[in-house]
Design a protein around this ligand. Sequence first.
Ligand code: PEP
Ligand code: MG
Length: 590
Amino acid sequence: MSIQFFGLPVSRGVAIGRAVLVASSRVDVAHYFVSPQLAEVEVARLREARDTVATELSSLQRDLPADAPAELSALLDVHLMLLHDEALTGATKHWIVDRHYNAEWALSAQLEVLARQFDEMEDDYLRERKADLEQVVERMLRALARSPVAAGHAQPSALAPRDFAGEDPLVLVANDVAPADMLQFKRSVFTGFITDVGGRTSHTAIVARSMDIPAVVGAREASRLIRPDDWVVIDGEAGIVIVDPSPIVLEEYRFRQRQSELERARLNRLRHTPSVTLDGQNVELLANIEQPGDAVAALEAGAVGVGLFRSEFLFMNRESALPGEDEQFEAYRDAVLAMRGLPVTIRTVDIGADKPLDRMSVQELRHEHVLNPALGLRAIRWSLAEPGMFRQQLRAILRASAFGRVRILIPMVAHLKEVKLILDALARARQQLDDAGRTYGPVELGAMVEVPAAALSLPQFLRHFDFIAIGTNDLIQYTLAIDRADDAVSHLYDPWHPAVIGLIANAIALAHAAGKGVSVCGEMAGDPAFTDLLLAMGLRSFSMHPAQIPSIKQRVLRSDARRLFGFLPRVLAADNPQAEATMAFAASSR
Ligand code: PEP
Ligand code: MG
């Protein structure tokens, strides 16, 4: 039966595919795809695990003391019966052979299927057998953990690239996906994803948007309601998830899918069109990137530079030590060279909050030791707490500046005393390079305006920086005290809040008055709903995911910036700025 539920739409487009669940609340196992050639090896591991458990259970039964209660032996009989039931091991094989799951994942997927069947049983006795099934599966998983995996076989996660073609398109359903894992998506087989948790500007959502993959987050019950292999429609525009859609609904969504592909192709034709408003104002459209390789997509989309290189993705999910100076230098240099003389703004690491260094999820972080990660040791605070590492990164960026136009951007600055430490660190990094006889070029230094404290003391900050980049994702989070990764408060995450738009307008005006460059690189810059507002505020530099550039360019081409500016005071003073802007701006755009 078809079911439908809602989450937060975070990345546009429609995805239709079979569900692959990588998060089971019952058991935590490794998930990776195995190539068809190695399926037999996995099936053999499964068979061996079953035989091992059968031997364990039989010897337990044989060694029961004579006075042991009869129920114990009967219970072991039940476990043996479940173990040999075709519904368990036989059906598990299907996940390995037909869906290419590793044995552990296949077993947990089948447990999920059977557990739901048990849950639906009328008979109390039978329903309670689910606990026995879980125990049997746990034993098998323990046996599997002891059996070796074929060499070179294991993949780090289901999101890793799969070198063989799947039959049906697949969509990923998970409780949560770490931002760094999301990067694997680029080369994975999934055409869309759904998570139970997450906010609209959580980094997982941001990475999805950067890849233009239809996605819905904060869908709460998704990984419980959707069964492995279910057909699922993801409407990334409306935040709708439809499980097991009827043929008519499916046809409708296939139609929409084709429409949005056509629309994308149409917008992509604007690639070489200069980004100029109706009244002749040039608007710089820059790209946000996570890895040097993203520069290709940035150029293809027509970006005139990189406005934000989130360097922390080089630091996340590493098996070994953090990247050293040379490794970082090579990554930055690659991005600079790939941009062929266009400017590249490299942000120093913004680790912390929903971007932990290892695979820990935000939930785990909260339960571990970090009371409130968003307010804790993140971004520049983390860098200043690790001065050696900070200087190492600055040296790597400075060295890359010998290969093109580089700008350094500091995240989450809030205190003037931090500014002094940053300037000292930069001076020392230069000195160290001089001492070592290394070459480097000139760099501009910029600060992100992400904390209200920075926005409110901007005149003092601006004296020390060449430019500012407004990070609206965090500025909204910290102004409204809304955790951007928490779906429970996502309804309060409001970019149109008068306090938020007042801070942004003021920051842009102050930067202009000081003769300093200013851009917006938060998600607002890539959302056409805010283009007119930002143009009205005088913004002429927008940084966004490459995939968003064509639709923002289209809005720029249709807007009259001078007329928009005339309406700004009304919008800023309104109780409902969104309604006011919709009315006022309509006349200034085509
Ligand atoms: C922001 O906060 O708006 C921003 C661009 O930085 P990030 O999303 O990486 O925190
Ligand atoms: Mg930020």
